[in-house]
Design a protein around this ligand. Sequence first.
Ligand code: NDP
Length: 507
Amino acid sequence: MTTSTKTKTNKSTNQQQQQKEIKTTHFEYEFGGPFGTFLTILLLPMVVLFFTYSAKQGGMNMDLIRLLWKDSSSNSSSSSTLVQVFQQVLPNFYKPSSNVLEWDIMTFFKCMGWTLSWFLFQVFLERFLPCDLVLGAPIHPNEKTHHQQQQQHRLTYRINGHLAFWVTLLFVFFGYPYWITIPSSSSSYSSKNTSLFLLQFKQAPLQYLYDYYSEISFCVMVWCFILSISLYISSFIRHPNGTRKILAQGGNSGNGIYDFFMGRELNPRSLQDTFDWKEFCELRPGLIGWVLLNISFASVQHTRLGYVSWSMILVNVFQFLYVWDALYQESAILTTMDITTDGFGYMLVFGDLAWVPFTYSLQACYLVDHDPNLSTIMLLVIVTINFLGYTIFRRANSQKDAFRKNPHAKEVSHLTFLETKRGTRLLTSGWWGRARKINYTGDWIMGLSWCLLCGYTSVVPYFYAIYFLVLLIHRSERDDHLCKIKYGDDWDKYKEIVPYRFIPGII
Ligand code: NDP
């Protein structure tokens, strides 16, 4: 080797080292960095309040926009305008009798009490119902983990969400038990001077979920802030055994707002590491809460109209199936990006607890007073669209799951795959050979069918389809980027074999 080639080789290895160092020191921001995440933190609660309010009104209420617009172009006090807006959006939080708008603190505490009781009830079920103990995905050594101790580390999860779902429904349909006390003097059963306790069942007051829809969403959002702040602070505190917490790579930039949004700690846990906050919140209070909201809206419609419309029945059935499916396949969540990669911060806390139940239930809320009276043919078309979406979504996700569990299993042994340097295999035929994110396509088609059930007079019920499209495109780009980091050149090879992202032959 000549001296010049040696110097060239040295130079290029130095450059590679420098590039590596830059890569490790340069933090890649997502979601518009600190500024973008700050705006998102402020904007998301407003979106939830605006749409929960609009769904009840039967469409976008431009009065609110006009009020804010008039205020910004006139000299009137913006604080009084804000109070007027709040009074319209959250009417139950204001005393109706007074001329001067007065905040009704008791109603706020009542709604906050319901919110926290619901959360604690789900924690109680998670703790005390029988469960399967399932190992999560290993944190792979080549994924630039934050601590050496993480390598090949696998967490154990308590899987009993499906049972919790059915137990919750039992409480809703048959009532929740409570004790009543009968003084002995009025009881013919007891001659002693003691009281008699009787167990009775009380029907869950579901209509409150409709009456206080926006107010409860407000309290849930307050709870999301409290929880996210606590999680952020606790990520700095050492684990009781003295070790440092495992941090999420994407939520450890050093910028407080950004890390608060993205989630600093990867898998925050309590109760001697047996209670996983992220896995619990991903599937239980929000998803099961969404089903309860839908049931409540159907029962309110029944009370008001004397019947439950076909659109309402189908929206309930489709979304029930979607939630049931997620809980039935609970352990499948352990390999998703949310669990393996993202930290647990405001983004997921808000998404799981506030965004999912309150924006995914907009269709059922809208339908309470706005039955679009769809024709039988239209209803059949929508049912077909829903089952088409569900089939693609479920079969694609199950095929990947089955293959990852046992590639020699009968149902997947015929599929072709790419052997990667990382050690895992990428499917190149079957559903995953048609398009790289075909499961997202199925999910979106299903969501579209829920919106179509609401007719075509308002855009509010279509919020889900519009937002979900943006989310899935963005999420597919994030996953593509992460897979490129995980698989390197193998990912490029996979993309050459499977060139389409969502629809085979088109996109
Ligand atoms: P995926 O289920 O698509 O999982 C992506 C991961 O799968 C990749 O990182 C890679 O991880 C692995 N993978 C990718 N391609 C292949 C292949 N060809 N063969 C084998 N493994 C492959 O994504 P998500 O976790 O984002 O979503 C799961 C489901 O949840 C989706 O159906 C989505 O629609 C749904 N979802 C619903 C939301 C809602 O609000 N309703 C929100 C978000 C998601 P690795 O190789 O490391 O295993």
